[in-house]
Design a protein around this ligand. Sequence first.
Ligand code: IPD
Ligand code: CA
Length: 268
Amino acid sequence: MTDSEIARRHLAAIGVARELGALALDYYSNREKLAVSMKGAQDFLTAADGAVEQRFRERIAEAFPGDGVMGEEAGGENAENLWIIDPIDGTSNFARDNPHWCVSIGFLRKGIPEIGVIFMPVMEELYEAVRGGGARRNGKAIRTSGEKDMGRATIEVGWSARLPYASYIDLLHKVFSSGAQPKRSASGALGMCYAADGRTDAYLELHINSWDVAAGVVIAREAGAVINDFFAGDGLTKGNPILVATPDLAETLADAMALSRSSLLKPA
Ligand code: IPD
Ligand code: CA
């Protein structure tokens, strides 16, 4: 694939993310019409999730008919040119009128993450990156905080009902013991952006799905973060742990998560 074909997809992803953000915001702002159900324990689903993913599939079919699409709501299979969408990440926030949610769009070429676009409609913040081309928030280049000292670090730790709670308590114990301050804001995609943008110093989660991170891995790496090799093994279809951290905190945090240091990828 040529650079111009990647550039065309990057521009398209930004346009579609804004369109999908407006669609999601319409549901968010008309709460009386917002049907909320549960997919499982602590796993929210709203009418907006399916509608946003469906619109995305239509837009990709029109613009790039040969490309594959995988999404949180309707699934999908691997493809040489693969789009991965999380229509609303931070659904529990969305359902409760908390503005910390986003639309997340990633693009992989032959398994390599190439493009990441994450749009936070309420705050009108757009994070985007192309592999090798830096990362930006609303057009301005972003970098990690560069924090070296756990005693000053704020580290977001995500969790879900997919793993036993004891594993998260163990990880939180290690984060507290390192001197860092943990927090959770309930959107993995935004958690990665915030670590990339210096708003926190790291994002950790012991299991997360590919639609949550496909965009964030490109943005984080291009912003100078160390990340783990999320797409190794069955990461695409079954999920994996995710680590995003400043270069000086990454190895300590990988140890806390029992991730091998060799799974860490240097910043772009
Ligand atoms: C969840 C959020 C959450 C993370 C979970 C995800 P959803 O996605 O990203 O922060 O901890 O692992 O499943 O349900 O909001 O799309
Ligand atoms: Ca999600």
